[in-house]
Write a protein that binds this ligand. Structure first.
Ligand code: OGA
Ligand code: MN
Length: 288
């Protein structure tokens, strides 16, 4: 690995979170540069490495430097021959989507509905539409830190209930795609229980760990109290001061830390314009 050739430049993406990194090749990062990048990543929550020409195998190897690959619970859109990579795409072949067409259309943190959720997600932008398809991230460390002291105390030791099952979530409706399959949500995994104020294993910082997509209630708290509390927190995390909106460019390798951010796919890609991403996920720790 050619450490000597690495000349990483770093600039902020927004006041809310994120940095843009250029001058490196993710497929050939020296160990020292990799460690520096990981440090920058943990501090800034989102990193976009510009102008990456990575094969799916190279993307997998890059992801594995951060930890163990987490395979998606649904095998449908995993890449043939490289199942570590999932395809997100609105393109069709023989009348069938070649990837997940509409992932992430509510604020969420990846896989928070399992006991050991995703640590990091990486998307490599292969095809970017001229219009639409942006993604937003919100800074859940800032969201936590700007809560009142009373609220922080109230949340101490409080456990959120996370569910994949949309039928259990009063804030959501069921997508048309699944309406003809009443068993779809019966196949969902059992609910998971995670602290609402979560501690980052590397930085020690606390972040809010709840989302409108997956958090359906609070353990040992009646819904008459839990739902208004969640509503209040969900309104708080959507403060524009915490949010960064990304306009994708082909070759972006964008990674986010799921412990400290939520993200949202804004969709809105017009018919006839292609969007295609190669996605890898790295397993995190059991939240504490
Ligand atoms: C994801 C996701 C959003 C997007 O890959 O986990 O939510 O805009 N993607 O593609
Ligand atoms: Mn997601």
């Amino acid at each position: 690995m050619a450490t000597i050739m690495d000349s990483m430049t770093v600039k902020p993406l927004s006041d809310a979170l994120g940095v843009e990194v250029s001058g490196v090749n993710a497929a050939d990062l020296g160990e020292a540069t990799f460690k520096e990048l990981r440090e920058i990543f943990h501090e800034n929550l989102v990193v976009v490495v510009k102008d990456q020409d990575l094969s799916p195998a190279e993307q997998t190897e890059f992801a594995q430097r951060f930890g163990e690959i987490q395979y998606h619970i649904s095998p449908e859109y995993l890449m043939d021959g490289q199942p570590e990579v999932m395809i997100l795409s609105n393109e069709k072949e023989d009348g069938k989507f070649i990837g997940l067409p509409d992932g992430g259309s509510e604020w969420h943190s990846d896989h928070s509905y399992v006991d050991q959720p995703t640590g990091y997600t990486m998307l490599h932008a292969i095809k970017v539409p001229k219009d639409g398809g942006d993604t937003e991230w919100t800074n859940m460390v800032k969201a936590y830190e700007t809560l009142s002291d009373e609220m922080k105390e109230r949340l101490e030791g409080v456990i959120g209930i996370h569910s994949f099952n949309r039928l259990k979530n009063q804030r959501l409706t069921v997508p048309v795609r699944h309406m003809n399959d009443p068993d779809y949500y019966k196949r969902s995994p059992p609910d998971a229980f995670h602290p609402i104020a979560r501690t980052h294993p590397h930085t020690g910082k606390k972040a809010l760990y709840i989302s409108p997509r997956f958090t359906i209630g609070i353990k040992d708290m009646d819904d008459t109290e839990a739902q208004p509390l969640l509503d209040k927190l969900f309104a708080h995390i959507k403060n524009r001061d915490f949010i960064y909106r990304h306009r994708w460019t082909e070759g972006d390798l964008l990674m986010w830390d799921n412990r400290t951010t939520l993200h949202l796919a804004l969709l809105g890609v017009p018919e006839g314009q292609a969007r295609r991403m190669h996605r890898t996920t790295v397993l995190g720790e059991i939240p504490f």
